[in-house]
Design a protein around this ligand. Structure first.
Ligand SMILES: C[S@@+](CC[C@H](N)C(=O)[O-])C[C@H]1O[C@@H](n2cnc3c(N)ncnc32)[C@H](O)[C@@H]1O
Length: 177
C-alpha cells in the first residue's frame, strides 16, 4: 500500500514555510511522497531533497501539472482519493473503512480555497474534527490514525545522520564518519 500526499494551490514565497512543514510532516509520518500543485517552486524541491539526503528516505517530491487529469488517472489505475476537509465525515467514523480498502491512496490537502471538484472526485471527504485548523495538523492526525501508530516505528534508508534519543541534551550519530 502506497500513500502519497497532494498539496493543492502552493504559492511561491507565501506558502514556502507551510508547504515545507507539510512535506516534512508527510515524510515523518510515513507517507511515500508528495505531489504539489499550484506554482512550481524549485527551491522547495531542493530543500526537501536535502532533508531526505541527510535524514534518509525514500521520499519522493514531484510537481504536478493539471490536478483533474492527475486525479482521473490515479482513480483509473485503481487508487483512491481521501480529501481532508473540515466539512467532511468525521475521521473516527470512516478511518476503519479507509484502512480496510487496501489500495494506494492520495491524501489531498488544500491551502487557501479548495475548488469544488476536489470534493466530488474524493472517494472520502474526511474531517479531523469539524473545526477549522491546519493542513499540517490534519495530515499528521490522519496518517497516525491510518497507520494505527505503526509509522512511529518507521526507519529511513541511507540516512547520514541519526538521532539517539536522550533524556537531556542532544546526541547525533554521523553514519559516514
Ligand atoms: C487553512 S485550511 C483552509 C481551508 C479553506 N478555507 C477552504 O475553503 O477549504 C487549509 C487546509 O487545511 C485542512 N484542514 C483544516 N481544517 C481541517 C479539519 N478540521 N479537518 C480536515 N482538514 C482540515 C484542509 O485540507 C484545508 O484545505
Amino acid at each position: 500500500l502506497r500513500v502519497f500526499v497532494v498539496r493543492l494551490g502552493h504559492r511561491h514565497i507565501r506558502d514556502q514555510r507551510t508547504t515545507t512543514h507539510l512535506f516534512l510532516t508527510a515524510r515523518a509520518f510515513g507517507a511515500d511522497g508528495i505531489i504539489y500543485f499550484g506554482q512550481r517552486d524549485k527551491e522547495l524541491e531542493v530543500r526537501i531533497k536535502e532533508f531526505t539526503n541527510v535524514w534518509g528516505g525514500p521520499f519522493e517530491v514531484k510537481y504536478g501539472n493539471g490536478v483533474i487529469e492527475f486525479f482521473r488517472e490515479w482513480q483509473e489505475n485503481g487508487g483512491e482519493i481521501v480529501h481532508l476537509t473540515m466539512y467532511g465525515l468525521l475521521i473516527q467514523n470512516v478511518i476503519e473503512e479507509i484502512r480496510n480498502s487496501n489500495v494506494d491512496k492520495l491524501i489531498v490537502v488544500g491551502g487557501s480555497k479548495v475548488p469544488s471538484f476536489v470534493y466530488n472526485f474524493a472517494d472520502w471527504n474526511v474531517a479531523v474534527t469539524s473545526q477549522p485548523h491546519s493542513e499540517i495538523s490534519a495530515l499528521s492526525v490522519f496518517l497516525h490514525e491510518l497507520f494505527e501508530g505503526q509509522e512511529l516505528l518507521k526507519t529511513y534508508r541511507n540516512a547520514k545522520l541519526d538521532i539517539v534519543p536522550q533524556t537531556k541534551g542532544k546526541k547525533v550519530v554521523n553514519k559516514h564518519a
